[in-house]
Write a new protein. Structure first.
Length: 167
């Protein structure tokens, strides 16, 4: 009887180990081995969230924005790498970790070294799989140029057109 109970317990234990692979966790993903790019964006969280909403409305983008509930100066923009990836499948997501930087005026002996008017956010891109350069560029362009859908190019600035005539 004891042997039967022991073998059933062992079988149940092994069945639990043979369950589906849970993949990588978010906090594992947001580490140095998986960091693909580090940039500073001239935006705050409100501007980033607006850009994500514009991309969703205009282009049908799959970008998502969420502020960390435990740390309000930290947020994430996520984008699935494959269609149908669940939000908790971190190995199938591009994760743009955002840290709101404090921009205060720096003064030494009454001399202003730097003005603190411009909003600034550190953006670190994490991915389990190395994304191509186009994919990386696309997630940043979605935030920096929310009026453009992927594949669209920004119109030339007037001064660029004038300079091209002189050549």
């Amino acid at each position: 009887m004891k042997k039967a109970s022991l073998s059933i317990a062992t079988a149940l234990l092994l069945a639990g180990c043979a369950g589906p692979n849970q993949g990588i966790g978010l906090y594992q993903l947001e580490t140095a081995p998986y960091m693909r790019e580090d940039r500073k964006l001239p935006m705050d969280f409100v501007q980033i969230q607006r850009a994500v909403f514009k991309q969703q409305a205009r282009c049908g983008s799959t970008l998502q924005f969420k502020v960390d509930e435990q740390h309000p100066s930290y947020a994430r923009v996520t984008q699935p790498l494959v269609e149908g990836a669940a939000p908790e499948d971190w190995d199938k997501q591009l994760v743009l970790g955002l840290t709101l930087l404090q921009n205060s005026s720096a003064k030494i002996l009454g001399v202003t070294l730097r003005e603190g008017d411009e909003p600034s956010t550190r953006a670190r891109l994490y991915s389990y799989y190395a994304p191509g350069k186009e994919r990386v560029r696309a997630i940043y362009n979605a935030l920096l140029h929310p009026d453009l859908c992927p594949g669209e190019t920004p119109p030339e600035k007037p001064e660029e057109k004038e300079g091209s005539r002189d050549r």
